[in-house]
Design a protein around this ligand. Structure first.
Ligand code: ZN
Length: 144
């Protein structure tokens, strides 16, 4: 089973290769906002919101004091089972963390309106970055 650093190395190498190939083929002409959104999503999906939140992993420990918020997730999902489903696992993690963020946001601001005028496209691209990073994690787990 690959460790945390092996997952990170694998993810970043594959991500750079994919971006480079798209760039060579002139297939992408992203504006800086979209590029930042996918990079940020990929980073979060590689470092923090990984399939290994289901165990006492380095990714789990990286949450620091906030890891208490991840405990219910960790208790609910057994290691390397549904949390390591290539699509469903990432979607469940995204929903789980989104609910936590929304609850905190609501407790702080007493409203769910963001007041921000950001295109939902950036949010979708950001989530896509997390899903790609999580999929690469599962692929590497299945190779080893
Ligand atoms: Zn794993």
């Amino acid at each position: 089973m690959p460790g945390y650093n092996k997952h990170r190395l694998f993810n970043y190498i594959i991500f750079i290769v994919i971006v480079f190939l798209f760039y060579l083929e002139n297939a992408i002409h992203p504006d800086i906002g979209r590029l930042l959104a996918i990079c940020l999503g990929f980073y979060i999906g590689t470092e923090f919101v990984t399939p290994d939140l289901d165990t006492n992993s380095t990714a789990y420990k990286r949450w620091g004091n906030l890891k208490i918020l991840i405990l219910p997730y960790k208790w609910t999902f057994k290691h390397r089972q549904s949390s390591h489903n290539i699509l469903y696992g990432a979607i469940v993690r995204i929903l789980y963390i989104s609910i936590i963020i929304l609850v905190f946001y609501y407790l702080i601001f007493k409203s769910l309106s963001t007041g921000l005028d950001i295109s939902p496209v950036y949010g979708i691209i950001f989530l896509f970055g997390i899903i790609i990073a999580n999929a690469l994690h599962v692929i590497l787990d299945n190779i080893f």
